[in-house]
Design a protein around this ligand. Structure first.
Ligand code: AMP
Ligand code: GLY
Length: 421
């Protein structure tokens, strides 16, 4: 098959790496890709937000199957355009991707599905939102309704912070995404990510992971897109995963189908776990980044068969073959991230690192320039390893990190601490 992957991050490098291991893959193109992806697949610089452009590209390149990596093209309806033109696609419709693109939509679906999640109010009126936070009191969580690249959530620990956060949202700090605001009960507990494939009807869990959202060791400093991850996440035990499927995931998927917007693709459920009880924090309509890197490292070639079956309505025939293995990825970011950072610094030492089924550096924001790899984003590399134990995976990942010569970059040194320390 000729396969096209849309996206340019570490997630898409990992998806490409796993897909290439599957014998069904004859040719792989990634659009737009990055320097690491270019080393293993063809890259095409097209506008992946424009459905018509992607459809034409697929026609011209005899593409048989498209995997959509990021949420923005999903929310823009690129998967719909492709399916409308007769292409097989892994990824939900724009209607179904509202589970990520609109927090108010998701809260309403959860109400209908009776899925346990935080109590909330939904506001389009500034004064009403101010009155609600004054009544509910801190700690409380204020969220812009739409896609805000992971930045539209403010956790207010004091009443003053809550009032300021509401003002900020309604004063346009998050643009159109903040014109509607969801205000939620603050949930305590430990967070974990649960990944489930759905073909519109059947759900199939494909793994658990834990991300590290804060920039600094010990979970300090501002939030980021994710500074590292590991899989499996021991906090999400089989019993809790089964409960989440029963109480949250299956009812949500059934409600989506009932409303005529069956969900096809990967559903990423962010869960808050307390006293053995999972509650939904959020859904995403895509793989997590960097969680995808550890999932792909563990799933390998079967990942493509699973995605293909989800797109084809054949998930009920599929089984996931689990190894008793662990994977861990360390994100290396440019100094200053998640604030402002420089682009263009040179990264050395990558060539000497092992690249096999247990060790892989997935690239995020990199560019090849004059034969060198340079940093061109905030999150730049995902140094990923697999082992029989999490400790082994972590030791191997940091061993690789220490061989990378990039003075302008940094990473957290404590990825995996909740499971290990
Ligand atoms: P979201 O974009 O909805 O995932 O929110 C980003 C992060 O904010 C989550 O991963 C949680 O760490 C935190 N968060 C969101 N909603 C809540 C909540 N209701 N209670 C506690 N923490 C939350
Ligand atoms: N790593 C968090 C996310 O992908 O949203």
């Amino acid at each position: 098959m000729n396969i096209l992957i849309l996206g340019s991050g570490g997630r898409e490098h990992a998806l490409a790496w796993a897909t290439l291991q599957n014998p069904k893959c004859d040719k792989l193109i990634v659009a737009p890709g990055n320097a690491g992806i270019a080393a293993i697949a063809d890259c095409a610089s097209i506008d992946i937000m424009d459905g018509a452009t992607v459809v034409t590209f697929c026609e011209e390149n005899s593409i048989d199957f498209v995997i959509v990596g990021p949420e923005a093209p999903l929310a823009a309806g690129v998967a719909d355009d492709l399916r409308g033109a007769g292409f097989a696609v892994f990824g939900p419709s724009a209607a179904a991707a509202q589970l990520e693109a609109s927090k108010a939509f998701t809260k309403e679906i959860c109400d209908a599905a009776q899925a346990p999640t935080a109590a909330y109010g939904h506001f389009t009126d500034h004064a009403a939102a101010r009155a609600y936070v004054a009544q509910q009191r801190a700690p409380i969580v204020i969220k812009a309704d739409g896609l805000a690249a992971g930045k539209g959530v403010i956790i207010a620990m004091t009443d003053q912070e809550a009032a300021d956060a509401v003002d900020e949202m309604f004063d346009g700090a998050f643009g159109a995404a903040g014109a509607e605001v969801v205000i939620e009960e603050f949930m305590e507990g430990e967070e974990a990510s649960f990944f489930i494939l759905c073909d519109g009807e059947t759900v199939l869990p494909i793994g658990t992971a834990q991300d590290h959202k804060r920039v600094g060791d010990g979970d300090t400093g501002p939030n980021t897109g994710g500074m590292g991850a590991y899989s499996p996440a021991p906090v999400l035990t089989d019993a809790i995963a089964e409960r989440a499927l029963r109480e949250i995931i299956r009812p949500t998927m059934a409600e989506m189908a009932k409303r005529g917007m069956p969900y096809q693709g990967v559903l990423y459920a962010g869960l808050m776990i307390k006293d053995g009880v999972p509650r939904l924090v959020e859904y995403n309509a895509r793989f997590g980044d960097p969680e995808c890197q550890v999932l792909m490292m563990r799933l390998g070639a079967q990942a493509f068969d699973l995605m293909h079956a989800a797109a084809d309505g054949r998930l009920s025939e599929m089984q996931v073959n689990w190894g008793a293995d662990h994977a861990l990825t360390v994100v290396m970011a440019a100094d200053g991230y998640p604030g402002t950072y420089q682009k263009g610094s040179v990264i050395k030492g990558l060539d000497a690192l092992p690249e096999d089924s247990k060790n892989m550096v997935f690239h995020a924001g990199t560019t090849a320039k004059d034969g060198a790899i340079t940093a061109s984003g905030g999150r730049v590399l995902n140094v990923t390893a697999r082992g029989d134990t999490l400790a082994e995976a972590r030791a191997r990942a940091y061993d690789m990190v220490d061989q990378i010569d990039w003075p302008e970059g940094f990473c957290r040194r404590d990825i995996g601490w909740r499971a290990l320390d």
